[in-house]
Design a protein around this ligand. Structure first.
Ligand SMILES: NC(=O)c1ccc[n+]([C@@H]2O[C@H](COP(=O)([O-])OP(=O)(O)OC[C@H]3O[C@@H](n4cnc5c(N)ncnc54)[C@H](OP(=O)(O)O)[C@@H]3O)[C@@H](O)[C@H]2O)c1
Length: 240
């Protein structure tokens, strides 16, 4: 049987590393997009899984970096089965309208979280269409839900929420195109995960990255695709 292949962005740590590990455990060849600030976690996984893990330098905010990474994926496998757009940054999450705002940082958050997934999807869509599973997963957030920001009376986190809402509508448009090519698209809020989004490990968060990755991949690989697009890590419908 041909080996299945997956590509994960932002695999250095956090949820991306959890997804990489679970995919390797499930027998996939994994191309791990590595931003590169902390190589330790992927070093450990590499020892266990050898050549089934291929590390690829990737900055999703750069056209050139995404092109180079896509070339390396195409060199390394004849088709891609799963593409996971996971890389993301938080930016400032405290400023309200009454505080100073760093708009250039906000644009970088938008570049990484919203434009980045589209760059990667476009660069590898042809290769994904050749795969046998044909699954594209965009990791969003509750922050992308307009209903959630209204419900919790949110007054800060402009950049991150705006970027994730942009990712959400982008995913709707992308899914319309992908459906015509037989590619299934998932838009997933992973929940509150113990990762490094705030710059250091968030020990207060409710979920481990590995357990969250198990749930996400069970939702995507082991169950029928729900008719809705925006869902939790366990596959329950999420409000737009
Ligand atoms: N943690 C949560 O509670 C939570 C909740 C909702 C949604 N999410 C989403 O889950 C996804 C994963 O985040 P996380 O929680 O695992 O955070 P994380 O621990 O900070 O991981 C983010 C990953 O993205 C990488 N990255 C940063 N900038 C990048 C760039 N320009 N190009 C490529 N990769 C880049 C980081 O690399 P370095 O480590 O080298 O910086 C890291 O590997 C994000 O899309 C996030 O929005 C997380």
């Amino acid at each position: 049987m041909t080996e299945l292949s997956a590509f994960v962005t932002g695999a250095d740590r956090g949820l991306g590393m959890g997804l990489t590990k679970v995919l390797l455990e499930r027998g996939f060849r994994v191309f791990a997009g590595e931003f590169g600030l902390d190589p330790m976690g992927l070093n450990e996984i590499a020892q266990e899984y050898g050549s089934r893990l291929r590390r690829i330098p990737l900055d999703v905010s750069s056209d050139v970096s995404v092109m180079r990474a896509a070339d390396k994926v195409r060199e390394g496998c004849t088709s891609l089965d799963i593409l996971i757009n996971n890389a993301g940054i938080l930016g400032d999450y405290t400023a309200t309208l009454s505080d100073p705002m760093d708009f250039s940082q906000m644009l970088q958050v938008y570049n990484v979280n919203a434009v980045g997934p589209l760059r990667v999807a476009q660069a590898l869509f042809g290769h994904l269409c050749k795969g046998s599973l044909k699954k594209l997963i965009n990791i969003s957030s509750e922050a992308g839900s307009m209903e959630q920001s209204r419900r919790i009376d949110r007054t800060a986190r402009y950049g991150y929420c705006m970027s994730k809402s942009a990712l959400n509508v982008e995913t709707v448009i992308l899914a319309n195109h992908a459906r015509r090519q037989g590619v299934e698209v998932y838009l997933i809020d992973p929940g509150w995960v113990r990762t490094y989004m705030h710059g250091e490990l968030n020990v207060d968060a409710a979920q481990e990255p590995y357990d969250t990755a198990l749930d996400i991949l069970a939702t995507v690989l082991d169950r029928p695709k729900p008719e809705y697009l925006y869902m939790t890590h366990r596959g329950e419908r999420y409000d737009w």
